[in-house]
Ligand binder design. Structure first.
Ligand SMILES: O=P(O)(O)OC[C@H]1O[C@H](OP(=O)(O)OP(=O)(O)O)[C@H](O)[C@@H]1O
Ligand SMILES: O=c1cc[nH]c(=O)[nH]1
Ligand SMILES: [Mg+2]
Length: 210
């Protein structure tokens, strides 16, 4: 069974509450998601390997830790809303490459439709972080992970902001090998597949399309 990590931090909890509020503007919603994503990036890269390198400080020589250079990363944004997490992740790991997968939910069937895929050419040499703020029914995450597994990255982690229990169960059933990171697990889903209490439609709130 894949692991589920809930990233608990007072700053994240506070910022997530601000994001949930109906009156929060698009500009504020976007900047809050970016701020939370910096903290998410910090947590999901916790197990990156280090190697030791000799450096010269102003006072003396020392053996100092640096990231192992062979550890290459790719962040895959599930469009559109994944873009909001991608921006924050890249600020912390600027050397990561970026891929995009375009998936939207058919509002009637809640089945994800793929409309775009572009990834770095050396994706099979990279640790992959798939990012999307919302894990609701899990249909989108299951489809994205399935498609991206075909590309054989060295590892995959799924990173979201908010998850519904139904969606977590679904991803764990279909992809038991993929670790999931989220900042909160909400109560459930409404009849349209929206997370309750949730924060509404993340893509619309991020880009002001409603
Ligand atoms: O777990 P699921 O039930 O599949 O729902 C989650 C998906 O729904 C949202 O995308 P949406 O389809 O609204 O597309 P958008 O980002 O373009 O708005 C969200 O960003 C996820 O990708
Ligand atoms: O609550 C939800 C569910 C799916 N997608 C969203 O953007 N919000
Ligand atoms: Mg949307």
């Amino acid at each position: 069974m894949s692991s589920i990590t809930i990233i608990n931090h007072p700053l994240i909890a506070h910022k997530l509450t601000l994001m949930r509020r109906e009156e929060t503007s698009t500009a504020k919603f976007r900047s809050l998601l970016k701020e939370i994503s910096l903290l998410l990036a910090y947590e999901v890269t916790r197990d990156l390997p280090l190697k030791s390198e000799e450096i010269q400080t102003p006072l003396r020589v020392m053996q100092a830790p640096v990231l192992a250079p062979e550890k290459k990363m790719v962040v895959i944004s599930i469009m559109r809303a994944g873009q909001g997490i991608l921006d924050g992740m890249l600020e912390l790991i600027p050397s990561a490459r970026v891929g995009h997968i375009g998936l939207y939910r058919d509002p009637r069937t809640l089945i994800p439709i793929e409309y775009y895929l572009k990834v770095p050419h050396d994706v099979e040499e990279r640790d992959m972080f798939i990012v999307d703020p919302m894990l609701a029914t899990g249909n989108t995450a299951v489809a994205a992970i399935g498609r991206l597994k075909e590309l054989n990255p060295t590892s995959i982690k799924f990173v979201c902001l908010l998850a519904a229990p139904e969606g977590l169960d679904h991803v764990q059933e279909e992809h038991p090998d993929i670790p999931i990171y989220t900042t909160a697990i909400d109560e459930g889903l409404d009849e349209h597949g929206y997370i309750l209490p949730g924060l509404g439609d993340a893509g619309d709130r991020l880009f002001g399309t409603k």
